[in-house]
Design a protein around this ligand. Structure first.
Ligand code: FPP
Length: 244
């Protein structure tokens, strides 16, 4: 048992953690290993994060696994990451399914190789009835592109006369995003010491607390997760109102 007591995480307090998993390359460089090894080790930390959130009773975890900009990386690295996603889904799906995890994906899933799209569908359908932890994996995801795609959906409805532009409000707009049905993240955690959002959950982060840790993602463990939760619990969230 760690330092965070599961009973302290009241539903009103913390529902959704979103993580920018950064630092795989630097972790590998520090050890004179190839960047690919850093990603492999990063996949192990992914398992830790999922397990930790499950055990602490946090109902939503979102992981930024591959950004729309990551396609610009060398082909070998992109292929290796795709291989890791394949391996991870194939290897972990049964465990996720039997441990109450509902798997979900956001991003431009159509841009992924066909077999990964199929695996993503399989993971979703096999875990659809689970309710303990909703694990959302952002793949080929970019917040600006997500907002553009949502706008296109609304523009189509307006052009066909099914929707009046005056009816577009924040709630309707949010329902067109990939994250429809998910609560906004309570906090976004970024590892590796970098302090920016890098196109992650731009709409959804309007009131999210931002937490930055110096740890490189492959070294992320249960203690780091609990430290982040404790930091979040020390923040005073006002959502634009005055302090109570
Ligand atoms: C950022 O580190 C990390 C990524 C671009 C990929 C994240 C992927 C994983 C953690 C592997 C597996 C994921 C799943 C869901 C199975 P970086 O390469 O940008 O590191 P750097 O900034 O130090 O170069």
């Amino acid at each position: 048992m760690g330092i965070v007591d599961k009973n302290d995480l009241t539903p009103a307090g913390l529902k959704h953690i979103a993580i920018i998993m950064d630092g795989n390359g630097r972790w590998a460089n520090k050890r004179s290993l190839s960047r690919l090894k850093g990603h492999e080790q990063g996949a192990k930390a992914v398992r830790e994060a999922i397990k930790g959130c499950g055990e602490l009773g946090i109902p939503f975890l979102t992981l930024f696994a591959f950004s729309s900009e990551n396609w610009k990386r060398p082909e070998e690295e992109v292929n290796h990451l795709m291989g890791l996603f394949r391996y991870f889904i194939n290897r972990e799906l049964d465990t996720l399914a039997s441990s109450g995890v509902k798997v979900n994906f956001i991003g431009d899933i159509n841009a992924l190789p066909d077999d990964i799209q199929k695996l993503a569908e399989l993971a979703k359908s096999k875990t659809a009835m689970n309710t303990d932890l909703v694990l959302t994996v952002a793949l080929s995801y970019g917040g600006q592109h997500e907002i553009v795609r949502a706008t296109q959906k609304l523009a189509k409805l307006a052009a066909s006369g099914e929707l009046s532009p005056a009816d577009i409000d924040e709630k309707l707009f949010a329902s067109m995003l990939d994250t429809d049905g998910l609560p906004d993240p309570d906090f976004i955690l970024r590892t590796s010491g970098e302090k920016r959002l890098s196109n992650f959950l731009l709409w959804q982060s309007a009131y999210s607390e931002l937490i930055f840790q110096d740890v490189l993602w492959p070294d992320f463990d249960r203690a780091c997760l609990e430290e982040a939760i404790i930091e979040y619990q020390s923040r005073n969230r006002r959502f634009g109102a005055v302090s109570v």
